[in-house]
Design a protein around this ligand. Structure first.
Ligand code: AMP
Length: 113
C-alpha cells in the first residue's frame, strides 16, 4: 500500500530519520506536538494495531522496543513519554500505515481530546 510513509521508507520524500533497523524506521513528525515527537513505523505494511495478526507478534514487540530506543536516543527516557497508536477514524488515524507516536520533552495533558 502506497502512503506518505512508504515514500519516506523508499527515500522518495525526505524525513529526519532518527533510528532504523531491519524491522522499523523512526523519523521526526513533520508537525510536532511536543518538543520530541517521533513516528516509529514497521517496514512491513500493516494498517494499524487493530489489524495486527498472530504472525505479527514478534514484529509488534520490535516496534515497542524501537519506541524505547527512540526515547533513549532523544533523551526523554527519564522524564517519560507518551506512546500513542491512533487507529482508524475514531482514533484519529490520518496515515493508513501503522505508526507509534513517541511524544515527550514536556508534561503532557490527559485525557487526550
Ligand atoms: P496519525 O494522525 O496518527 O495518522 O498521524 C500521522 C502523523 O504523520 C501526523 O502527526 C503528521 O504530522 C505526520 N506526518 C504526515 N506527513 C509527514 C511527513 N512527510 N513527515 C513526517 N511526518 C508526517
Amino acid at each position: 500500500m502506497e502512503t506518505i510513509f512508504s515514500k519516506i521508507m523508499a527515500r522518495e520524500i525526505p524525513a529526519d530519520i532518527v533510528y532504523e533497523d531491519e524491522h522499523v524506521l523512526a523519523f521526526k513528525d513533520i508537525a510536532p506536538q511536543a518538543p520530541v515527537h517521533v513516528l516509529v513505523i514497521p517496514k512491513k505494511y500493516i494498517h494499524n494495531v487493530l489489524t495486527l495478526e498472530e504472525s505479527d507478534t514478534e514484529l509488534a514487540g520490535q516496534i515497542l522496543l524501537a519506541c524505547s530506543k527512540v526515547a533513549q536516543l532523544m533523551g526523554i527516557e527519564e522524564g517519560g513519554a507518551r506512546i500513542v497508536f491512533n487507529c482508524g477514524t475514531d482514533g484519529g488515524q490520518a496515515v493508513p500505515h501503522l505508526h507509534a507516536h513517541v511524544l515527550g520533552g514536556r508534561k503532557l495533558g490527559w485525557p487526550p481530546g
